[in-house]
Design a binder for this molecule. Structure first.
Ligand code: BTN
Length: 229
């Protein structure tokens, strides 16, 4: 883990927001709790004490292909969790155990667009009530997975450093091996539309390929959205 510099905080509004003030590659901002944790699509990430909340700063990302970081982060977390968890990736970067969400990832760019912030939240000892969520949730404790926050963070950063050296196509192949839903009928909710079709896999940039029932229509390529099985 020599590449990473870890900054620990007892409490922050959002590790992603704090990380935007750090300019060194592989700075890692960790908080014991977040008072304004942010989720994807403007949602709140409920972040009480006991969970693992952190953000990794990546400098000079290939801005043409931010998708790679999203896939690499999800893959790394999947690999870092104990095998017993049988963790799976739900496109684009949620991690599920037993079909329930245990972790979410939020990518943001800093004001200087050559810096990317990868924010990761993991439910360790508790998880939000179903009524607050669009997707069923769980925690590692609830799934009887025992790993300390420090061990999980170290293992995840180790996997991430390794995966970021791989060519994109290899990341995509590994991502697909660890994902759920490929070949299945799915519903995709976009900002202003809902689509139905078969999840065929990822294209060369990591976008989701959706084939619609209408064989005459071309596959749809989706870069951003939420999928349901
Ligand atoms: C999601 O909606 O699934 C993404 C959740 C991302 C939460 C993490 S917790 C650490 C980092 N700081 C934030 O404010 N959000 C991300």
């Amino acid at each position: 883990m020599t590449d990473f510099t870890i900054y620990n905080f007892t409490s922050l509004e959002s590790t992603n927001d704090t990380a935007k003030n750090y300019t060194d590659n592989f700075s890692v901002i960790v908080a014991g709790e977040q008072t304004k944790g942010k989720g994807r699509r403007g949602k709140t990430w409920i972040s009480p004490k006991g969970g693992l909340y952190f953000s990794v700063v990546i400098t000079d990302p290939d801005l043409l292909n931010l998708g790679i970081y999203s896939l690499a982060a999800a893959l790394s977390l999947c690999e870092a969790l104990p095998a017993k968890a049988n963790a799976k990736i739900k496109w684009p970067n949620d991690i599920l155990i037993g079909g329930k969400k245990v972790s979410g990832i939020l990518l943001e760019t800093a004001t200087d667009p050559s810096r990317l912030i990868i924010g990761i939240g993991i439910n360790i000892s508790s998880f939000p009530k179903e009524s607050l969520l669009s997707y069923a949730a769980t925690s590692l404790k609830n799934e009887n997975i025992t790993i300390t926050k420090d061990e999980l963070l170290a293992s995840l950063l180790d996997r991430l450093a390794n995966n970021l050296t791989l060519p994109l196509q290899q990341i995509i192949t590994l991502w697909q091996k660890n994902a759920i839903g490929i070949g299945k009928d799915i519903k995709v909710t976009l900002a202003k539309d809902t689509l139905f079709g078969v999840f065929k896999g990822l294209d060369a940039k990591g976008n989701l390929i959706l084939s619609t029932k209408n064989k005459e229509k071309p596959d749809k390529i989706i870069s951003c959205g939420e999928i349901y099985f």
